[in-house]
Write a protein that binds this ligand. Structure first.
Ligand code: ADP
Ligand code: MG
Length: 214
């Protein structure tokens, strides 16, 4: 049995059409059923539903053979034990720095200065500001990052942005783009050796559904 880890929400919704194009359908709708393990129409393939940030961990330790994880989550995790054969180009967004519209970001990131940053992505934020030679005090949050600069909890946030509407609605300004993000297929390296044929078949079937890169 091959186990594919997906997370509810964007990753699940945008993976479904790719799976369908590869001839794989699911009988259950995870929004209606409470099941965490879903059979599929493909023999020997099942789907497990985990938190988006837990996908790399499940695949790393073999709780799932493969999974779909955002680039943000993968960079933060480190990618240890994971083979990353495909950029699925779904769930696309960017990782950015944002501040209050009235905050002088240029002054705050002069070499040797100090900035307080709230984020869920502490590894990415630490590395980003270290590269600029800026001292950073990190405040780890799990959600509603936009609130941090508005309440004085932090000077800046590092968070995902897609349209920028949430930032705008909260009088925040995107001041730096750290990286482009999309979801990738990740595979357990040991499973790839043990279940080579089944996994290769699935990876190739998914690869065939992607538009050719231009
Ligand atoms: P969670 O909030 O539990 O992390 P989401 O469905 O919001 O789950 O995010 C899952 C993944 O989708 C993220 O890791 C990221 O790669 C991507 N993502 C998050 N926010 C956006 C967005 N606004 N637009 C596009 N992709 C996003
Ligand atoms: Mg979210």
């Amino acid at each position: 049995m091959i186990t594919l880890a997906l997370s509810k929400g964007r990753i699940f919704d945008e993976s479904l059409p790719l799976l369908a194009a590869a001839g794989i359908t699911l009988a259950d709708d995870p929004d209606r059923s409470r099941k965490l393990i879903l059979p599929t129409s493909r023999d020997g393939l099942r789907v497990v539903l985990v938190r988006a940030s837990d996908v790399p961990t499940y695949v790393q330790y073999g709780g799932a053979d493969l999974g779909v994880a955002g680039g943000d989550v993968l960079v933060e995790h480190g990618g240890e034990g994971l083979y990353q054969p495909l950029d699925l180009r779904i769930a696309r967004c960017r990782m950015s720095v944002a501040v209050r519209a009235d905050f002088d970001y240029a002054a705050a990131v002069r070499q040797g200065s100090r900035i307080r940053v709230a984020t869920k992505y502490t590894a990415i934020a630490r590395e980003h500001f270290a590269d600029k030679g800026v001292h950073v005090d990190l405040v780890k949050l799990y959600g509603s990052m936009e609130l941090a600069p508005l309440t004085g909890l932090a000077d800046a946030i590092v968070d995902l942005v897609s349209t920028g509407a949430t930032l705008q609605a909260n009088q925040l300004r995107e001041v730096e783009r750290i990286m482009d993000v999309s979801a990738r297929l990740v595979v357990n390296q040991a499973a790839l050796k043990l279940e080579r044929e089944a996994l290769r078949g699935l990876i190739d079937a998914l690869a065939a559904t992607l538009p050719q890169p231009t």
